[in-house]
Design a protein around this ligand. Structure first.
Ligand SMILES: [Zn+2]
Ligand SMILES: [Zn+2]
Length: 256
């Protein structure tokens, strides 16, 4: 089986005790790519440092909307230099989180617009974090950059109608452990009708472990449970789903 985890945070302290073992388990079990995602300046540097150590690991650099309030202009200038790093294949995570509101909304928006400028210049794909803000996201995107877009809505958490709007504009949709949660029928409906060529899978590890391990620390290996769920929704076997979503990730992020 060939798997790809398109969104995780291997540099987080939750892995300090056994990081190499977690990565080894993933590699031995067929993970071809792991995309390690930064959430701020120092955090993005850590994400890239791990990507430098393993051929299977790539990185993305950005400011999570939670951290947007901490981004100074000098931080952003320093981060921009990392964009040319050969293992940095995407911009993110960036976006809007109106559920937690850890940064003021106007600050989240300003930072998002900055990264959209980087996107236009670099043409590296976007990894978007969006929580309870899909309409404002759509407005900011279309005001700033004309579609079609090259990017992914990570940890998608809305319904089939929203999925359709974004896939029509070019976005890929990444489903994570929440796909397996008992009450998430609307999310499973969105996955069922998501065009196959736009499907991606992710763990968002250490967060959002799938149903059978809900509440525990997540890791790439647990992606299999989410992949099985997505495979069932699309009437396919696990291995074809793993291969399909890996091929989609290769295309979007220019891997291989
Ligand atoms: Zn996120
Ligand atoms: Zn994340």
């Amino acid at each position: 089986m060939i798997l790809t985890d398109t969104h995780l945070h291997l540099h987080f302290p939750q892995y300090d005790a056994d990081r190499a073992a977690v990565i080894d388990r993933a590699v031995k079990n067929g993970f071809r790519y792991l995309l390690n995602i930064g959430t701020g300046l120092e955090d993005s540097k850590k994400a890239v440092a791990i990507a430098e150590q393993y051929p299977q690991i790539y990185a993305a650099i950005g400011y999570h909307p939670h951290e947007a309030k901490t981004a100074s202009s000098s931080d952003l200038a320093e981060l921009a230099k990392l964009l040319a790093h050969p293992k940095v294949v995407a911009i993110g995570e960036v976006g809007l989180d109106y559920f937690h509101d850890h940064s003021p909304r106007d600050v989240q928006e300003t930072i998002l617009r900055t990264f959209l400028e980087w996107y236009q210049k670099s043409r590296k794909p976007l990894i978007i974090h969006c929580r309870d803000a899909y309409e404002p996201l759509l407005k900011i995107l279309t005001e700033t950059v004309p579609p079609p877009y090259r990017g992914v809505l990570h940890c998608f958490s809305s319904d089939a109608a929203t999925m359709k709007k974004f896939t029509e504009l070019g976005f890929y949709i990444a489903f994570g452990g929440a796909l397996t949660y008992k009450k998430n029928d609307a999310l499973r409906d969105a996955c069922r009708v998501c065009p196959k060529e736009r499907l991606l899978l992710e763990t968002d590890a250490p967060y959002l472990a799938p149903q059978s391990r809900r509440g525990q620390r997540n890791e790439p290996l647990y992606l299999v449970e989410t992949a099985e769920c997505a495979a069932g929704l699309h009437g396919m076997g696990l291995e074809p789903m793993a291969a399909l979503t890996t091929a989609n990730a290769e295309r979007l992020f220019g891997l291989c």
